[in-house]
Design a binder for this molecule. Sequence first.
Ligand SMILES: Nc1ncnc2c1ncn2[C@@H]1O[C@H](COP(=O)(O)OP(=O)(O)OP(=O)(O)O)[C@@H](O)[C@H]1O
Ligand SMILES: [Mg+2]
Length: 273
Amino acid sequence: MEKLQAALDKARKSREKETAVSDAVSVSPPPRKVARPTSLDAMWQNLSTFDVTDEQLLRHRVVTREATSAAAPFDILRTKVLLQMRQNGWTRLGITSPMPQSGKTTTACNLALGLGRQRDLRAILMDTDLRDPSVHEFFQTIPSHGIGELLSGQVGFEEQAVRIGDNVACSMAIQPESDPTRMLLAEETANVIARIEEEYKPDIMIFDLPSVLPRDDTRAFLKNVDCALIVIRANTTRYKQFDKCEREVSEHTNVLGVVLNAHMNTSDFMQDE
Ligand SMILES: Nc1ncnc2c1ncn2[C@@H]1O[C@H](COP(=O)(O)OP(=O)(O)OP(=O)(O)O)[C@@H](O)[C@H]1O
Ligand SMILES: [Mg+2]
């Protein structure tokens, strides 16, 4: 009897030891390799985020984060652009102008945040004005890597892009690029953009471009977009400049439309003598 009791005690002690070991294992599981998220939602959620105050946005005339009356003209533009692009199966929109300071970046940022209010859409805004980037100033955010590093393949979109809200990602610059035309023309740039589109499946990609007439930058890049909006500025853009720009753009892509910025009425558009 005593022998049996001793055997039972031994068996119990041995079970207790095993339990203690398995508890220890469950408390600190072996380190696992962190898997890259596979679902699209997880990929978007994994992008770093940034925020900007309404006051900062307003300072740059970005008014579309809320559905206010100030946002209405940009919301109309957003809806027209979306419908027309969908009808044609287009996803990439360039925003350009004949000459600088016409309102391209203002239009691009307002479109992007207006699209962000459409919860069922995903949008990507890229600051492809590599010579004189300004989206980071509009959004008061310096990314950890500039868009040049992304386009030249040195870093991935997941490291470079930053997200505002759930569904708008921005690739912004830190500083001007030293040879923007080369980068905008490069095959590597086209490949990087194609890869981002393939992986992140945005409904629309907006490219804030330089103006057409002063340099070759926009011409070099237009092959990468499905269509372009031309922004002209009332009281500033001359008709001849618009005409030349429209011809240039239409040689390389589809002209989606013309935005007359800062106008009180259409006679503000400068006619040449
Ligand atoms: N409708 C408007 N009314 C008054 N000012 C405006 C309007 N749209 C833009 N601006 C101002 O004009 C300036 C140029 O605008 P923005 O930077 O959007 O133009 P751009 O075409 O992107 O310029 P750049 O060629 O330098 O990239 C900014 O100070 C902006 O706040
Ligand atoms: Mg600009």
